[in-house]
Design a protein around this ligand. Structure first.
Ligand code: THU
Length: 147
């Protein structure tokens, strides 16, 4: 697990909660907010953005990740995630499999997931906990690695 002080965790949770206000969720009404901490100290926030063609929906975690990567930032320490129906967060919102894999592309196995169930209660998981035996070959993917 990445070492994170409590004040940093609190900042990330607060930002993730703020993002619930921007979720575009006319179909599920399930709001998700995320705050991704880059190794350079910058925080990238994201919300879920749904679409009438449901499969086009983008999760909050990937919104934050893609904002960062599209600005050239590719090294991360932690992400805070909160979610619940219509901004009512009652339990943890674990990231979906696609978001775990999307984050894994850029994050080490000690990357930290902060899953908050309120502004003060949260659970910490590492990438190792949440996506063990992940697909991330070293170097270029090619015939030799694929064989
Ligand atoms: N959602 C996220 O934003 N992140 C996740 O990791 C799980 C699911 C969103 C997608 C959709 O807008 C809503 O939650 C219900 O699935």
């Amino acid at each position: 697990m990445e070492t994170l002080d409590k004040s940093t965790v609190q900042i990330l949770i607060n930002k993730a909660f703020e993002m619930l206000n921007f979720s575009y969720v006319p179909y599920s009404r399930y709001t998700v907010g995320a705050a991704l901490l880059a190794k350079n100290g910058t925080v990238y926030t994201g919300c879920n953005i749904e679409n009438a063609s449901f499969g086009v929906t983008n999760c909050a975690e990937r919104t934050a990740l893609f904002k960062a990567v599209s600005e050239g930032v590719k090294e991360f320490k932690a992400i805070a995630i909160v979610g619940g129906p219509q901004k009512k967060v009652a339990g943890i919102c674990a990231p979906c499999g696609i978001c775990r894999q999307a984050l894994r592309e850029f994050c080490d196995m000690d990357f930290t997931f902060i899953l908050a169930k309120s502004k003060t209660e949260y659970e910490l998981y590492s990438m190792k906990d949440i996506l063990p035996q992940s697909f991330k070959p070293d170097g270029e993917i090619g015939a030799t690695q694929r064989a």
